[in-house]
Write a new protein. Structure first.
Length: 516
């Protein structure tokens, strides 16, 4: 029996001695009763130098109270404890150790001694400190980044939340660090939901659809979105960049997202786009206007050359007759030839004057002014009252008039032309009448001059505004009046058209810039 016990003791000691961990035993008063070889090597002493010494003096004063508390907490029900502390080696070198202490009790429950197993964790402590410092530097860098930035771990819990994102969202770092379940979506959308950073962990087409722009380049995801709830409901356009964080084995262990407020840039882009669109519209309108003017100039040149040729042909023909009649000394025919040539010259003069009047409209103009249309009507009546009275035409007027923003003289000239035209074509009616008034077509103010004359065939209504067009070629005038009116109205940005049925009179309608 005794031999078996001795064998067991030798076996146990062999195991203890072969351990690389530091092992020692000591009584409740701290006196060391056993140490293994690893313990001796670590402290650079023999067993004889260590056994019988007090354990605690090896522990620095600042860690001593903590170690004593650990010892005193051991009991039969709770015989095990672990802790870390520093030790002072011979020569004053300080190192870190981790110890696991066990209290050993006899069968009667009395404390016999303590056994401690320890490891040197100095290198681990240094590594931990380096990691802590590196982590602090990283957090400091993230904290001072100008872009709103946050970091999540592999479980998508927030582990970093910098100052810029605090300012953007109004959420303090202390309120969100450690939070998961898409808590980072709340400051942006008002409820827990995935945002750009979640594209690192999943590829969701539905989530993609919520972004105005989203693109993946390698492991990094870029996205642009409007968030209406930011800044107290003012909303903001945000551009985000999300990237994964990897461990040494290439596993994703987290992700980082940086967010930039691009509202000012987007608004500038919108302003530029609007300006670009407006410029395109203006260019298109200007192009159409130039095309229309070119076409008008072609028609104008053709019309002028055609209509001026007529009196020239007359002059040329009667000059030939005049030569013959002079040779024949036929005084009566000579007088008739001269009269025809004079009439043709006079007609050409009228045509040239009207042509010049038309060409000057838009080039020679008075500054536009706010004018009650009633005043323009009064000016026009002063010019045509004698003509109306001589032809027995009744002129009726609206009672109230709006205010327009126009060149008063030019619009007065156009109105005189329209009223004279109405008088001319209604004079042969039993009760000739010309009405000058205005009406509202939806939101548009339309002025009109209406007569009860012969009317205009629908097929001829577009031609009445052409230069030198005359429904009755033998009638008085050059036919330039309505072309001049049309030009005056269009130079003011208005429109003019005729509403008529043959035999039912005509209504010439036009629009002008209004004063609200």
């Amino acid at each position: 029996m005794e031999e078996a016990l001795r064998e067991s003791e030798r076996f146990y000691r062999t195991i203890i001695e072969d351990q690389t961990d530091l092992i020692c035993r000591y009584r409740s008063d701290g006196v060391i009763t056993f140490v293994n070889d690893a313990y001796c090597r670590y402290f650079g002493k023999t067993r004889d130098e260590i056994i019988g010494q007090i354990l605690m003096p090896l522990i620095p004063e600042e860690d001593l109270e903590m170690a004593r508390q650990k010892f005193s907490s051991l009991s039969r029900k709770s015989p095990l404890t672990s802790y870390e502390h520093r030790v002072v080696l011979p020569g004053g070198l300080v190192r870190w150790q981790r110890w696991t202490d066990r209290a050993i009790f006899d069968d009667s429950g009395e404390l016999v001694e303590f056994q401690s197993v320890g490891q040197d964790i100095t290198e681990q402590k240094k590594l931990d400190e380096e990691l802590r410092r590196a982590y602090k530097r990283l957090m400091d860098i993230i904290g001072f980044l100008p872009d709103a930035t946050f970091v999540v771990d592999e479980d998508r819990r927030v582990i970093a939340w910098n100052r810029a994102i605090e300012d953007m969202t109004g959420v303090r770092k202390e309120e969100i660090i450690g939070e998961g379940d898409y808590a980072y979506g709340v400051p942006f959308y008002g409820f827990n939901r995935p945002i750009l950073i979640d594209h690192i962990f999943l590829d969701d087409d539905g989530l993609r659809d919520e972004y105005d722009y989203i693109k993946r380049m390698g492991d990094t995801v870029f996205g642009e979105v409007f968030v209406p709830s930011l800044y107290g409901g003012k909303g903001a356009y945000l551009f985000g960049t999300a990237s994964p964080l990897f461990d040494d084995e290439g596993r994703i262990v987290g992700a980082i997202e940086s967010i930039r407020d691009i509202t000012d840039r987007k608004r500038a882009e919108m302003v530029l786009q609007k300006a670009h669109d407006e410029l395109e519209i203006r260019v298109l309108e200007r192009t159409r206007e130039l095309e229309a003017k070119n076409a008008e100039m072609e028609r104008f040149a053709y019309t002028v050359s055609h209509d001026l040729r007529s009196p020239l042909v007359t002059i040329q023909g009667f000059l030939g007759f005049l030569q013959e009649d002079v040779r024949d000394r036929d005084g009566e025919k000579i007088d008739a030839d001269i009269e025809m040539i004079s009439d043709a010259v006079e007609k050409m003069d009228y045509l040239l004057q009207d042509t010049l009047r038309l060409s000057r409209i838009g080039r020679v103009a008075n500054p536009p002014e706010d004018v009650p249309f009633e005043d323009i009507v009064g000016d026009a009546l002063g010019s045509i009252s004698e003509m109306a009275r001589s032809k027995g035409v009744e002129i009726s007027l609206a009672e109230e008039w709006p205010i327009v923003h126009v060149d008063r003289l030019r619009i007065g000239e156009a109105l005189v032309n329209l009223i004279e035209n109405g008088i001319r074509y209604s004079a042969d009616q039993p009760r000739p009448r010309v009405e000058v008034g205005w009406r509202k077509d939806d939101e548009e103010t339309v002025f009109f001059v209406r007569d009860n004359g012969i009317g205009i065939d629908p097929g001829q209504q577009e031609k009445v505004f052409e230069l030198f067009y005359k429904a009755d070629p033998e009638g008085e005038g050059t036919g330039a009046g309505l072309a001049i009116v049309k030009r005056i109205i269009e130079v003011h940005g208005g429109r003019i058209w005729v509403e008529s049925e043959e035999g039912e009179g005509s209504t010439f309608c036009f629009t002008l810039p209004m004063v609200d």
